[in-house]
Design a protein around this ligand. Sequence first.
Ligand code: ZN
Length: 160
Amino acid sequence: MAIRKIVTVGDAILEKTCRPVTDFNDRLFILLDDMRDTLSAAHGAGLAGPQVGVLRRVALVMIEDESYLEIINPEIISKEGEQEGLEGCLSVPGQYGTVVRPQKVTVRYQDRQGREHQREAEGFTARAFCHEIDHLDGHLYTELALDMMTEEELEAGEAK
Ligand code: ZN
């Protein structure tokens, strides 16, 4: 297990479309283990393949019990409602933005053994799934953000 370097905004790798995972092998397990270590160390809510320089459709998302769920070849198969909320990204350090996302999503994905799953998520978790899956298509939340602010601006706003 190892902590990998997180790619930050400006690097073209974040704008590329990832290829599906086809081999559920040791190499994938090492990648997922490393991504988990990297994400825990950074105290993030999610991490996608391209953020550690790997153009494959893999991501980790923080779910309701605050554990990280591994999602491989994920797909949003239904969306419902709308929510507006603050988002940040480990690849866009020190910045936050308001993004409108679906209130509820249903995601289909595979686990590290290649088994298929389907899962519903609401609120913050639905937001996290959308954010990570966007990464796999080369999109950052900054493209959707209604506004952007720094950590200092965010704290100043909350103090009011
Ligand atoms: Zn992100």
